[in-house]
Ligand binder design. Structure first.
Ligand SMILES: [Zn+2]
Ligand SMILES: [Zn+2]
Length: 243
């Protein structure tokens, strides 16, 4: 009874306030839990260009990138490789920018679930035991009202049916925003910026770190270093986009 009343009210609500796309505000009539119109969703999902398996940046069609690409070949990452939803442009870039305040939480969840749906086979192939979002420093989390890596990771975990723990890793200090720094400064500032917590149980497990963007890879590298020191068997990185 309650459920049918709920459905009726939901239907009425949709009639009076038709759902609109979170990115372009155009109305759409799909009965799905997603919050994007078909056109925005299609453009975000469509990432058909080849990417580097180590750092997930876009590479040319005939580039040999077995040992990484020009951007990452000289880097010594603690993570095994990186996967992405798409490149940092168009609606995906807009979505990532919009996620920076609290109203972006639904957007972050939507992107996580459409990504996990699209790449389900790839994620399952890696036999990941646990998803761990890159933690924000507590002060940044308070200002933002939520953590976007955590929202993305939890919605991916629901689709993949994989555990997700956002209290196994913590950021020990606040680091400056990355676009204000050179890559060398960034690496230096992030050194030992992450620590596993007492709850963390990653020994012999395969971990997928989740973040919104990957630039130099320094953040995922440092987080992976902390997890490997705690015994993780493998650490992979999953980011919405390579910037
Ligand atoms: Zn749209
Ligand atoms: Zn690369």
């Amino acid at each position: 009874m309650f459920s049918s009343l709920h459905e009726i009210f939901r239907g009425l609500d949709r009639l009076v306030y038709p759902p609109t796309c979170l990115l372009c505000s155009s109305p759409f009539d799909r009965q799905t839990s997603h919050s994007l119109c078909t056109s925005c969703e299609r453009s975000i999902i469509n990432d058909s260009v080849p990417t580097c398996r180590r750092c997930c940046s876009t590479i040319g069609p005939h580039v040999a990138a077995e040992d990484g690409c020009d951007k990452c070949r000289t880097e010594r990452f603690q993570f095994e490789g990186a996967m992405r939803l798409g490149s940092y442009d168009g609606p995906l870039r807009e979505a990532i920018i919009s996620m920076k305040d609290q109203s972006g939480e639904i957007l972050a969840e939507t992107l996580g679930s459409i990504w996990a749906g699209r790449d389900r086979e790839k994620f399952l192939f890696l036999a990941i035991d646990v998803l761990i979002p890159i933690p924000l420093h507590w002060s940044r989390r308070i200002v933002r009202g939520y953590s976007q890596p955590s929202a993305i990771a939890h919605s991916m975990a629901d689709v993949l049916n994989t555990p997700c723990h956002d209290n196994w890793l913590k950021r020990t200090r606040r680091t400056p925003k990355q676009f204000t720094q050179s890559p060398a400064m960034r690496r230096e500032n992030l050194k030992n910026a992450f620590q596993v917590t007492r709850r963390c149980q990653v020994k012999d497990r395969r971990v997928m770190l989740v973040d919104d963007v990957l630039t130099t890879g320094a953040t995922c590298h440092e987080a992976a270093r902390a997890l490997k020191a705690a015994g993780a068997a493998q650490v992979w990185a999953a980011v919405l986009a390579h910037r």
